[in-house]
Design a protein around this ligand. Structure first.
Ligand SMILES: CC(C)(COP(=O)(O)OP(=O)(O)OC[C@H]1O[C@@H](n2cnc3c(N)ncnc32)[C@H](O)[C@@H]1OP(=O)(O)O)[C@@H](O)C(=O)NCCC(=O)NCCS
Length: 163
């Protein structure tokens, strides 16, 4: 006999990242980055006046902390994505895109001209996300990232114009 199965769709909210979130961010960041950032590093960044970000939180599970986040630095009329990450358990649900959309809206409102980022040229999911959001490749840095096996991969520099 088949047991009926009803699944409730997961709901998420995109909200400004707070300094109190710093302790929850290394857990998400270390899932994929070879040099994970510490709680102190995140707290220092979030304390800087020109750094802001957004968090994705699961509705009803706020006490578990964010399941994804993005951090941005603004300088004059340009901005740069410092990092963006979604927990493996919450990928392909549209959160990476929603976090980046929130950044684009905030920068547009602040009259920022361009948003830049660097991405490992082998990171197909991130490159696909950025292309869908209108980023174009504007440069390449060879041998930029160290890989766990000892090799190196290049970085692609991408830009999204906001005018
Ligand atoms: C990149 C990352 C943030 C994407 O987050 P996500 O919440 O899974 O992405 P979304 O569900 O919003 O996907 C949006 C689009 O990105 C692309 N994409 C995301 N993951 C993909 C994958 N594994 N393969 C191919 N395309 C992918 C697709 O175009 C997708 O749209 P679709 O689902 O309609 O096809 C996530 O994979 C991640 O945290 N990776 C590890 C950290 C990282 O690499 N950060 C970027 C460093 S520059």
């Amino acid at each position: 006999m088949r047991v009926p199965f009803w699944s409730t769709p997961r709901e998420f909210a995109i909200e400004p990242l707070e300094i109190e979130d710093a302790s929850a961010l290394p857990r998400i960041h270390e899932e994929d980055f070879i040099r994970p950032w510490s709680e102190d590093e995140f707290a220092d960044l979030l304390a800087q006046g020109n750094v802001f970000g957004f968090a994705a939180r699961e509705v009803g599970k706020r006490q578990l902390g964010p399941v994804g986040f993005v951090l941005v630095r603004q300088a004059a009329d340009e901005a740069e994505i410092l990092t963006v990450a979604v927990a493996r358990s919450a990928r392909r649900l549209g959160l990476g895109r929603s976090l980046m959309d929130a950044v684009l809206r905030a920068l547009h409102a602040a009259r920022t001209a361009s948003l830049f980022l660097e991405v490992d040229e082998t990171n197909a999911p991130a490159i696909a996300l950025y292309r869908r959001l209108g980023f174009i490749q504007v440069g390449r840095r060879p041998d930029y990232y160290k890989q766990p096996g000892g090799g190196r991969t290049g970085a692609i520099v991408m830009r999204r114009d906001l005018h």
